[in-house]
Design a protein around this ligand. Structure first.
Ligand SMILES: O=C(O)c1ccc(O)c(O)c1
Ligand SMILES: [Mg+2]
Length: 625
């Protein structure tokens, strides 16, 4: 399978775009006309640039408002096409993308359009060029790939073919299986894009909100399967119009794009191995059995504060690393590591971000296979010097340059705690009955969210929930859940757009994205709350107004409201059950722990409570004067 991407998909000038596209590993590139027009190099120079970078120019686009015109506009359109054919010859672009007309003057009629294309194909063919017809979802007369195909079929010319674009077909909810009957050799190129489910004007949606396959909500896999079933053997080409990508890092966006295509074809291969083009088989997406540990990097002073807070939360120190200044704290199935080493990545992370939860360990079936899949999907392998008596734990870089370690029960990784840590008797203060990690929340710039959604989705068996707006008194924070069905991995990605929100403040002050809170699950939140109190932890104080509203809104009895208010416990419920939450005070620039109890099958994260919790946290950072 060959990969390609349209220059319009990423930011920069044409040279920066081509360099980023080549560096990400694409085979080809679609030259988007405006990117060329805005560039100050000749077509021959652009051709050479692409060649030097090892990029094939897959097509030139778009040629607009061509078919169905009456004279004299019709002749003028052919003249215009000839000029662009001249340019394509100089660029070395073999194929012109002609998108369906939106011109008010255009006349309908499949046969009229077919005749126009036959003549265009004849003229292109004389120069060894080809033309492809793409139905824009908002085309005046042709806005469905089935009609575009009928035009191409009737044009019946070797130099005329069909161009498919997943956005145009899927945004109109056209069944992708209608593609299966089209002969693969008449499909000249396939453009791919996903998009979030939004109810909006098709053109506006297409020009501003497209994203990489796997980042959105459209059935792009079904589309790609149908394409594969036709025997189509040309490149899969990303064409992503997205405001955020246009202002993002060219390298990151190009890498995300490449990852999205590998992931997409992997899904096609899994679903329909008999039709998938030859793509290397990857280890399958990885089910995560649980979060095994979260590791903090800290200096000695802050490590003390953290130890104190963990103690109040009912953790006991259960181990010390045999050779490093690394400690293990445990409770239930939870392991928290505090690393105060003066070298290695932990220290580098400390120097960059300050005290922070920079690493986590995930328990998987096969750590080595997980690493292999992650690497095949472009994740950056992380390996540091393995000291005597230490295990080499497979790992990749994650959000904010942090690390995700992979542990399993089958290799010698199963004994990591015994091998690397000398056990301590570990006396806890009042045990707080915490049982496990409920979720880990990673805060990042809003622009990074799609990157990490794709990262997690492509490597692990996880689903993404809808993007939720969380109201901070100083702005919006977008929140996206990445979780598996069993709840053994739950991550919340929070995207900050403003520095003034709690999340924005956190990433500004810690110089980048990282874990902002860790939520532990409790089997009995009231017992936990009493233990925390006995341990001297003062939970985040929630406004009394919240509890009055809770009584009014959910009809809880006075007794229950009293108990919730006494311990500053927030409450929510859904059709499946109930949810209780309480928060520790902030640590540093906005890090905190949360304790939750899920009753029944409550599936959310208490999003309705977030504005009140955030307001309370902001009060505690800057006490009212
Ligand atoms: O939005 C557009 O005009 C446009 C142009 C060319 C394409 O291939 C496309 O999908 C959309
Ligand atoms: Mg297109």
């Amino acid at each position: 399978m060959k990969t390609s991407i349209a220059t319009v998909s990423i930011s920069g000038d044409l040279r920066e775009k081509l360099e980023a596209i080549a560096a990400a590993g694409f085979d080809g590139v679609e030259i988007f006309e405006n990117d060329f027009l805005a560039f100050d190099r000749s077509p021959a120079e652009v051709r050479r640039m692409a060649e030097d970078l090892g990029l094939e120019i897959t097509l030139f686009q778009p040629f607009r408002d061509f078919e169905g015109l009456p004279e004299p506009q019709r002749s003028a359109a052919f003249d215009r096409a000839e000029r662009k054919f001249d340019l394509m010859e100089e660029l070395g672009a073999p194929l012109m993308l002609v998108c369906s007309s939106v011109a008010p003057a255009a006349l309908g009629g499949i046969d009229r359009a077919a005749a126009d294309f036959r003549e265009l194909g004849e003229r292109a063919g004389k120069r060894g060029l080809k033309v492809g017809f793409e139905a824009l979802a908002w085309g005046r007369h042709v806005n469905d790939h089935r009609d575009a195909w009928e035009v191409v079929r009737r044009a019946d010319h070797a130099s005329v073919g069909l161009i498919l674009d997943s956005f145009h077909s899927l945004s109109r909810k056209i069944n992708p299986d209608t593609i299966r009957a089209i002969p693969g050799d008449k499909i000249f190129i396939v453009q791919l894009a996903d998009a979030p489910a939004l109810d909006m004007d098709l053109l506006y949606w297409s020009r501003h909100f497209r994203n990489m396959p796997g980042e959105g909500d459209l059935p792009v896999v079904e589309f790609a399967r149908a394409v594969a079933a036709t025997g189509y053997a040309g490149p899969l080409s990303l064409e992503i119009f997205n405001d955020q990508f246009r202002s993002g890092s060219p390298r990151t966006i190009a890498l995300d794009g490449h990852r999205s295509l590998i992931y997409l074809m992997d899904q096609v291969r899994e679903a329909e191995p008999e039709v998938a083009p030859r793509v290397p088989a990857l280890p399958p997406r990885v089910p995560v059995k649980g979060v095994s540990f979260v590791e903090f990097t800290a200096d000695e002073t802050e490590a003390d504060t953290l130890r104190g807070m963990l103690g109040q939360l009912g953790f006991a120190r259960t181990g010390r690393h045999r050779t490093k200044s690394v400690e293990r704290f445990s409770q239930g199935a939870i392991n928290i590591i505090i690393n105060t080493e003066r070298e290695g990545l932990a220290h580098a992370a400390y120097l960059t971000h300050g005290t922070s939860a920079y690493a986590m360990g995930l328990l998987v079936e096969d750590a080595a296979a997980t690493l292999e899949r992650a690497k095949a999907l472009g994740a950056q392998n992380f390996a540091q010097r393995v000291g005597p008596g230490e295990l080499s734990i497979p790992a990749v870089r994650g959000v904010g340059g942090g690390v995700i370690y992979f542990l399993d029960d089958h290799s010698d990784l199963a004994s990591v705690w015994d091998v690397e840590f000398a056990p301590e008797p570990g006396t806890a203060r009042a045990d707080a009955a915490l049982v496990g990690f409920d979720h880990v929340a990673q805060t990042m710039n809003y622009e990074e969210m799609l990157t990490w959604i794709l990262f997690y989705r492509s490597i692990f068996v996880v689903d993404k929930g809808p993007m939720v707006d969380v109201v901070d008194p100083s702005g919006l924070v977008r929140s996206q859940v990445i979780a598996n069905g069993e709840g053994s991995l739950r991550l919340t990605l929070n995207g900050a757009e403003s520095r003034r929100t709690l999340a924005g403040h956190f990433i500004a002050e810690t110089f980048g994205s990282s874990v902002q809170h860790i939520a532990f699950s409790s089997a009995d939140i009231f017992a936990t709350a009493r233990a925390l109190k006995a341990n001297g932890l003062k939970s985040l104080e929630i406004s009394r107004n919240y509890y009055d509203d809770l009584a009014a809104r959910l009809g809880l009895d006075a007794d229950m409201i009293g108990k919730l208010a006494e311990h500053n416990i927030l409450y929510d419920r859904d059709a499946g059950g109930e949810f209780f939450q309480l928060y520790t005070p902030n640590f540093g620039e906005g890090f905190f722990f949360e304790v939750v109890q899920r009753v029944g099958t409550y599936a959310g994260y208490g999003a309705v409570n977030a504005p009140f919790r955030i307001a309370a946290q902001k009060r505690s950072i800057r006490p009212a004067v």
